[in-house]
Design a protein around this ligand. Structure first.
Ligand code: ZN
Length: 469
């Protein structure tokens, strides 16, 4: 067996010392490293800040081995209102060392201008026409209004709007164009929405007015259908339909009511503004004595018992107004109906009658309402019908609210204004003493001259004046 002698190397004393020293130094160094604070930047090394924006430096964070943290802010200040580059320095000193960190911040205009289009991003235009520019504007954070810098490029199916601000930021918006007519023709009735015909009275077609965004004249495309039978009392409809060359359709309806004609030779006495104690009660006595029925358009005035008597004694009761103040009731639709509802409720609460008869203060033809709201009477006359009411004007003004201020004048005024050829709806006021005092003679004259009396009801053909507002 071969024996090998392995010679053991001896470590010298000096080598041993060196080894120990190096190890100790390394341990000390590692130990010292533990006490070196950790430094962290709280924002990126390079930052770009938009001009005119607000900026707060996040600083650097110094943390030691014990977990203590402190934030160090730079001494340098930044003006964010100017285009400029900054070197920012953070300095921190401890017992042994000084630490330095620097970073770059650039203040720049990095915001794109904004293009705003009037109209839509997708616009339809008439196939037989051209798209009409709806307009646009451009605004930049630095340059402000730069609408005049917008470059418009029109292509077959789109428009491209581009703009560049003074810092070279670009914006672009595209508007899509589609050659298609998507709008229906507009259709409005000529004449009234609601027509009243006497039995056997011919219906006269007023037609409609059409306008369309793409087609000039659609008159020949109007289709009118109606189911009117004027030999029968009833409600009928006239329907108007129209379609444009792109087949967009519109439709509107007119209502026609065929009614029993009012009898000529008939007198409808109508009393407004009451009831009033001392006049209405006497008027009711006279009507009872003569066997005549009349119509009372009442207010909130007078005793409740008079409202009850009107109904109990077979007269018609209608709504006049609660306030009779033109500046209030004709200022708005809501005001009018609030006022009307008060009287409607009063009548209902006292008598149980859900009255649908209306007389407008000043009549439907009044012009005073124009002072408070333009067009209010046109709105109200339609709206009351929509709500199921019926309004009644007059064709004989007794004059008791103007010139006929004593019983003799009033008597003369009435007997000279009534006629055998028409139905006479006479405007009177049961609040006037001379009306009360003339009534008996007026009724006697009428009866002895072949007239008869009747009261209005919801199916009575209304007398209506021409609207002036
Ligand atoms: Zn009145």
């Amino acid at each position: 067996m071969l024996k090998k002698k392995i010679k053991k190397r001896r470590v010298s004393k000096s080598e041993y010392f060196i080894n120990i020293t190096v190890t100790l130094v390394l341990i000390l160094f590692a130990f010292a490293l533990l006490f070196v604070p950790r430094v962290t930047l709280n924002a990126p090394l390079k930052e770009i800040i938009n001009i005119n924006s607000s900026y707060t430096d996040k600083g650097i964070t110094i943390s030691d081995i014990l977990g203590n943290k402190r934030i160090v802010k730079p001494l340098d200040k930044i003006n964010t209102n100017k285009n400029r580059d900054y070197n920012i320095n953070y300095t921190y000193k401890d017992n042994i060392f000084t630490y330095h960190i620097s970073k770059k911040i650039s203040v720049k205009d990095i915001e794109k201008p904004k293009i705003k289009l009037n109209g839509n991003l997708k616009e339809y235009y008439c196939p037989n026409g051209e798209y009409k520019e709806q307009g646009f504007s451009a605004y930049d954070n630095v340059d402000k209004d730069i609408t005049d810098k917008v470059k418009v490029k029109k292509e077959k199916d789109k428009i491209i709007y581009r703009v560049l601000d003074s810092s070279g930021n670009k914006s672009e918006v595209v508007r899509k164009l589609i050659a298609k007519d998507v709008d229906s023709p507009s259709i409005t009735l000529n004449g009234d929405d609601n027509i009243f015909l006497n039995l056997n009275e011919p219906y006269i077609e007023d037609n409609v007015t059409i306008s369309d965004n793409c087609d000039n004249d659609l008159t020949s495309n109007i289709k009118i259908t109606n189911d009117i039978d004027n030999t029968k009392v009833g409600d009928y409809r006239v329907t108007y339909e129209v379609s444009d060359s792109s087949n967009n359709k519109s439709k509107i309806v007119r209502n026609v009511k065929v009614r029993e004609p009012l009898k000529t030779n008939t007198i409808y006495l109508t009393f407004d503004d009451g009831p009033r104690d001392g006049t209405t009660d006497v008027i009711l006595d006279i009507l009872k004595e003569k066997g005549v029925k009349a119509t009372f358009f009442v207010t909130m005035n007078g005793n409740d018992s008079l409202i009850k008597r009107i109904v109990d004694e077979g007269h018609s009761i209608g709504i006049h107004t609660a306030s009779h103040k033109y500046d209030i009731i004709y200022a708005s639709k809501d005001n009018y109906f609030n006022d009307l509802e008060q009287v409607h409720k009063r009548i209902y609460d006292i008598t149980g009658v859900d009255s649908k008869l209306i007389r407008f203060p000043g009549g439907s033809s009044n012009t005073i309402s124009k002072k408070y709201s333009e067009g209010i009477m046109s709105t109200l006359t339609k709206e009351v019908l929509n709500k199921g009411y019926q309004y009644y004007d007059w064709n004989v003004d007794s004059g008791d609210a103007s010139f006929a201020t004593n019983p003799y004048k009033l008597y003369n005024s009435v007997v000279n204004s009534i006629s055998h050829d028409k139905y006479n709806v006479i405007l009177m006021h049961d609040t006037k003493t001379y009306t009360r005092d003339a009534l008996s003679s007026i009724i006697d004259y009428c009866l002895s001259n072949g007239y008869s009396f009747d009261s209005l009801d919801i199916d009575t053909m209304p007398i209506r004046q021409r609207l002036n507002n």
